[in-house]
Design a binder for this molecule. Structure first.
Ligand SMILES: Nc1ncnc2c1ncn2[C@@H]1O[C@H](COP(=O)(O)OP(=O)(O)OP(=O)(O)O)[C@@H](O)[C@H]1O
Ligand SMILES: Cc1ncsc1CCO
Length: 546
């Protein structure tokens, strides 16, 4: 008898603890099954019911799911599945082992097993479950005691070791905002992809479960190259982005390194933004809920460990939930393996709107290794302009975000369009923290930009203004080497530019790389087609309709 091969595409896991008011597990499942795109499989998960009550609920839900031809699995309890005669079970490592469950349930039933690392995967492969549930992808309140989040790169690493004969879904913090990224980024190089995603709160805690199912399904089935940041760039708006800072007085929440806190705060103030340095997770949700907030995550003096992981992931989650721009600076990612791994974990565990780093840091994050960074500064191999442009383009395309590589020239891409900026002063690499504080300026520009704006324009405007202020400060030096004096003059020049009504469009030296080189000829990591103008807009309309 061939093993069962269920449709796991949209896998609903129930949760009785986070239901919206006046709802029950039954009413939520019932509503979901009436959706245009209902769950393709349902798992009943009850941790606190007596056996009798669990069986009663499972019978009722099974009657519902059977009516819609959707398989029902029971979490943990083979006895309940047998009593109800449903289609299978989902097991964890504290539950009955898969071979015993198989003996009891027979060859036709579905048996799922959770895995969160390679050790469990190796054991699981010998047990031959129907499918594996890989997680948690992101941190989630549904399972507060879970193992550390795998991020999409962790899922990819496990998935690539699972044979095609065994199905796999990802679970943990998946919702309509991140589902496309989970599906896309977890795909391995050989094309091994997830068979579906398991969703809990995004459906069970929703007051509109039907809409939640439809939205998830439709988002999952968007064309695979959705770039949430958009890609239109209106150079004529560069000055408007600056003026928006005065209009909205954005707040920049920093988790940044001890070396640059003061200069980052002063540079934010010079712009007209409000800086706050907070490393207290208890206030992250409140900060993220304020209007016009951006977040800077700079790992300069963190670089690893469980505590810094919780700190960064906590802030990332709260700002992601609110859709706030997050600027991630993987400081020193090219210097040590611990830093590179930490940076990759952050990037995989949430959505960083902009990844900003010097050449060594971006090369390292892009998996290009082999950069000789002795410390956190520079890390420059000084690759050719074409090569640097390709690195940021490819990484942005892979991560669906904006990638900025700083240096004598700055390269910036959103995966669709790539630009080279050439303003700046040699003094910028002579004073520590000038690169880090650029993250604060970018966060302020993004947080002050209109919500539906493509953010690459505000980011270019931020870098341009910053680097022109650096040039002006250099012109005030009398020729001798004066990095200390320059740093003071730089803050003053920046404050003057922020307050002026100069037309930034005329001042910023920015060129689209496409004009320099034919980017089209390069193979992208996605192997996909290039984005077409207007495509992101259309996808937004689809989302609104869903
Ligand atoms: N030699 C240079 N000429 C012109 N501009 C430069 C030069 N070096 C750096 N910059 C500018 O300085 C800013 C910071 O870039 P840099 O690559 O020095 O960052 P970083 O290494 O992250 O700095 P840090 O870690 O000290 O904060 C960018 O805006 C970049 O354009
Ligand atoms: C010198 C230094 N060390 C860790 S962070 C930092 C500041 C520059 O980014």
């Amino acid at each position: 008898m061939p093993p069962p091969r269920p449709n796991l595409e949209l896998y609903l896991v129930t949760d009785s603890l986070n239901l919206p008011p006046n709802s029950t597990v039954y009413s939520q499942v019932e509503a979901c099954l009436s959706a245009k795109h209902p769950p393709t499989i349902v798992q009943l998960r009850e941790k606190h019911l007596s056996t009798a009550k669990f069986i009663e609920l499972a019978r009722d839900i099974h009657a519902l799911t059977s009516k819609h031809g959707v398989p029902l699995l029971i979490n943990d309890r083979v006895d309940v599945a047998l009593a109800v005669g449903c289609e299978g079970v989902h097991l964890g490592w504290d539950d009955m082992d898969v071979p015993t469950a198989r003996k009891l349930l027979g060859p036709e039933k579905i048996i799922g097993l959770s895995i969160s690392d390679h050790e469990q995967l190796e054991k699981a492969l010998g047990m031959d479950p129907t499918y594996l549930g890989i997680g948690p992808v992101f941190s989630t309140p549904t399972k507060p005691d879970h193992s550390p989040p795998l991020g999409t790169s962790g899922v990819r690493s496990l998935l690539s070791a699972i044979p095609l004969t065994m199905q796999a879904v990802a679970i943990g913090g998946i919702n309509h905002c991140n589902v496309q990224r989970v599906l896309f980024q977890s795909k391995d190089i050989a094309g091994r992809r997830l068979d579906g995603v398991a969703v809990i709160s995004a459906i069970m805690a929703s007051p509109l479960p039907v809409g939640a199912c439809n939205l998830l399904y439709e988002t999952m089935n968007w064309p695979p190259l959705f770039v949430p940041t958009g890609y239109s760039v209106r150079t004529e708006d560069f000055s408007i982005y600056r003026d928006n800072i005065h209009k909205h007085k954005p707040l920049v929440h920093h988790i940044t390194n001890n070396v640059v806190k003061s200069i980052s705060a002063n540079i934010s103030l010079a712009l007209g933004a409000s800086p706050i340095m907070s490393e207290n997770p208890a206030e992250f949700a409140d900060l993220a809920a304020l209007p016009n907030v951006g977040c800077v995550l700079n790992m300069g003096t963190f670089g690893g460990g469980r505590e810094s992981q919780d700190l960064f992931l906590g802030a990332l989650r709260e700002h992601n939930v609110r859709g706030n721009p997050v600027i991630f600076d993987p400081v020193g990612a090219g210097a040590t393996n611990a830093r590179r791994e930490f940076a990759q974990m952050i990037v995989g565990a949430g959505y960083c709107t902009v990844i900003k780093g010097n050449e060594g840091e971006i090369r390292s994050l892009a998996g290009l290794g082999a950069v000789k960074m002795r410390g956190v500064d520079g890390g420059r191999e000084e690759g050719s302009g074409e090569e640097l442009a390709k690195i940021v383009h490819d990484l942005a395309r892979l991560e669906y975000n904006i990638v900025l590589m700083t240096g004598p020239k700055d390269y910036i891409s959103n995966g669709a369009r790539t630009f080279c900026l050439s303003n700046g002063s040699k003094y910028q690499s002579r004073v520590t923290g000038i690169g880090c504080a650029l993250g604060s300026v970018i966060a302020a520009f993004c947080a002050a930009a209109p919500v539906d704006e493509s953010l690459i324009g505000p980011v270019i405007s931020a870098i341009g203004m910053y680097n022109i202020a650096a040039e002006r400060a250099e012109s005030l030096m009398d020729g001798s080497d004066q990095p200390g004096k320059w740093a003071v003059a730089f803050v003053d020049c920046l404050a003057a530019m922020a307050m002026s009504d100069e037309n930034l469009t005329e001042l910023i030296a920015v060129q689209e790389v496409k004009e320099l080189t034919n980017l089209e000829k390069w193979e992208t990591p996605t192997g996909g087609e290039g984005l077409k103008q207007g495509e992101d807009l259309k996808q937004d309309e689809d989302l609104a309709e869903a």
